[in-house]
Design a protein around this ligand. Structure first.
Ligand code: HEM
Length: 145
């Protein structure tokens, strides 16, 4: 069970990050190129990125409960007893990723309020961009590759 969820979280990370990156790049080019916000392409891409991040969040929360590197590590060693690598997995990665997904969700909600395409693109570019940077800042790179 633990291995399956870990593998799922590990592989979905590639897809979620790729789609998120694509959504940010699309919003930036849309803003800079003054494109019309297309309800098919632009909206679907942003929504797809949001959904993938939320699925990754759900799997991450399950992993946090069942993994020996998640909450169990804090219970076993205490906050002060964690090495920096263990703290990354048990504290920094989950906390920062939750904040990142909050930022992405805010970006999605804000973009819906606007009618103008440039404001929609701007909301996605800024909030999804912040989310992407936060996620990238706390990926356990050594363990992933
Ligand atoms: C979009 C958001 C996220 C991305 C892209 C992501 C990505 C990753 C990656 C690449 C790993 C390393 C996987 C491996 O060892 O092959 C990992 C591990 C882990 N993630 Fe996430 N994650 C995200 C969100 C979360 C959240 C929100 C939580 C918890 C609330 C979480 C909990 C964990 C835990 C506990 C591990 C360590 C698993 C283990 O080694 O047992 N992740 N994550």
């Amino acid at each position: 069970m633990y291995e399956t969820i870990q593998i799922l979280h590990s592989y979905l990370a590639y897809i979620a990050l790729a789609v998120l990156l694509f959504a940010v790049a699309n919003a930036i080019t849309g803003l800079v190129g003054k494109r019309i916000f297309n309800m098919n392409k632009d909206l679907r891409l942003s929504l797809f990125a949001l959904i993938l991040c939320h699925i990754q969040l759900l799997i991450g929360l399950i992993l946090y409960i069942i993994s020996p590197n998640g909450f169990s590590a804090i219970q076993e060693f205490g906050m002060g007893g964690l090495t920096s690598a263990a703290r990354l997995l048990a504290v920094e990665h989950p906390t920062v990723n939750i904040l990142a997904i909050v930022a992405i969700t805010i970006g999605w909600s804000r973009h819906k309020k606007f009618v103008e395409g440039d404001k929609k693109f701007k909301s996605i570019a800024i909030f999804y961009g912040i989310g992407l940077l936060l996620i990238l800042s706390r990926i356990p790179w050594n363990q992933w590759f």
